[in-house]
Design a protein around this ligand. Structure first.
Ligand SMILES: *Cc1c(COP(=O)(O)O)cnc(C)c1O
Length: 389
């Protein structure tokens, strides 16, 4: 694969779970005017973006959001490192890569944590969380992933939050790959801390993350330990809420784009976006099954935005990636323990039925060429370990 092969494609269909394909209006917004972030224009932009972010998180008048320049991980890390008290601890509910990441981030900041390993692709059982918290009364926080992007599993945040609260724990929810396209009830479910990013189901440009919570909770961070300087949520809250300016130089163009993306997200609404993604996912999943390909999770556990698929027999991930990339489709590898047997296809962002239709056509042809058939019997079960032919 040489760089030249891929130079300046007309339009790549991005089936990686973020950054997603964006609306033309979002991309155009990136070219907004040069701006000083300590002038009134940026204060207005910041206030609008924070307000709309709180709306899409399902917050009400009691809630607000702090928008950070950084990726989704920086928002999750800002929350974990800022909210767990010095004598507190975090339960990381781990049914995939991002659940596990909670415990890695806690460890990086010297925060006591316990990793509740449920196994990738297994549901996050509220009863297991209940038992884990009963066994460890010193824990103060529970880290939850809403859409576990490593498998495509949608976890039941409302039920898990209820269990955490029954033990007097706060929840930190990683909603990076769900917010915008799945139901999120900051107010309704009493989520304490919610972290998200601009460039997945909110369809903004990459470069911004955010944390949403109640104003009271942000205020209460005044007494919390300062484990990080640049990811200190209380510092960012004071700057954005009181001084109406960011603590540090923000990614101004990403703010322009997020402002536009949020107005589109609010106008569409999460339900309509969920239906749009689900429609694309259904078309994709039906097509994959017609080709004999196996999908990782049972239908009722799948998020709208992601499908993990077994790599067809006789193929390696990189062969599949290159074959599809040559036709303008970017697929995504699975991580760690799923990497050998699965790959991932996102239905987030400005994707169309036409894109999915063409993808399935190209995939069918690719598999058929290799197999010498029409490509309908590709999911031969792999024989033995590392069964590439
Ligand atoms: C993508 C993702 C992240 C990390 O986002 P980055 O922007 O890559 O830092 C965190 N959590 C989940 C669930 C994700 O899907």
């Amino acid at each position: 694969m040489s760089a030249g092969t891929y130079a300046h494609p007309a339009r790549l269909v991005l089936m990686n779970p973020g950054p997603v394909m964006t609306d033309g209006r979002v991309r155009d917004a990136l070219g907004g005017p040069d701006l000083c972030h300590r002038e009134p224009e940026f204060s207005e932009l910041l206030a609008r973006v924070r307000h709309r972010t709180t709306l899409v998180a399902g917050g009400d008048d009691r809630h607000t959001s702090v928008v950070l320049t950084g990726s989704g991980t920086s928002a999750v890390e800002a929350a974990i490192s800022s909210v767990v008290p010095a004598d507190g601890g975090l339960l990381a509910v781990d049914n995939g890569h991002y659940g596990e990441r909670f415990s890695h981030i806690a460890r990086a900041h010297g925060i006591r944590s316990h990793r509740l390993e449920l196994g990738w692709g297994n549901p996050a059982d509220p009863a297991a969380v209940d038992r884990a918290l009963s066994d460890r009364p010193g824990l103060t926080h529970v880290g939850l992933v809403h859409h576990e992007t490593s498998s495509g599993m949608l976890n039941d945040v409302a039920a898990l939050t209820e269990v955490a609260h029954s033990h007097g724990c706060e929840v930190i929810v990683d909603a990076v790959s769900s917010i915008g396209a799945e139901r999120i009830g900051l107010a309704e479910d009493g989520i304490d801390w919610l972290a998200g990013s601009a460039n997945k189901c909110l369809e903004g440009a990459p470069g911004l993350g955010f944390v949403s919570a109640s104003r009271t909770a942000f205020e209460a961070l005044a007494g919390a330990p300062r484990r990080s300087y640049s990811l200190d949520l209380h510092r960012h809250y004071l700057a954005q809420e009181k001084a109406q300016a960011p603590a540090f130089t923000p990614g101004v163009p990403a703010f322009y784009a997020f402002d536009t993306a949020l107005s589109l997200a609010v106008a569409e609404g999460w339900e309509a976006r969920n239906l749009r993604y689900r429609g694309l996912a259904r078309q994709l999943r039906d097509g994959l099954e017609e080709l004999g390909l196996e999908i990782l999770l049972p239908p009722e556990q799948r998020a709208a935005g992601l499908t993990a698929v077994r790599i067809p027999g006789g193929w390696s991930y990189s062969e599949l990636h290159e074959g599809l990339r040559a036709h303008g489709f970017v697929i995504y590898a699975a991580q760690e323990q799923l990497a050998r047997d699965y790959f991932r296809l996102s239905t987030m962002g400005c994707m169309t039925e036409g894109d999915i239709g063409r993808f399935l056509l190209v995939l069918r042809r690719l598999l058929g060429d290799r197999d010498g058939t029409t490509g309908t019997r590709q999911a031969r079960t792999r024989t033995g370990e590392g069964g590439e032919v």
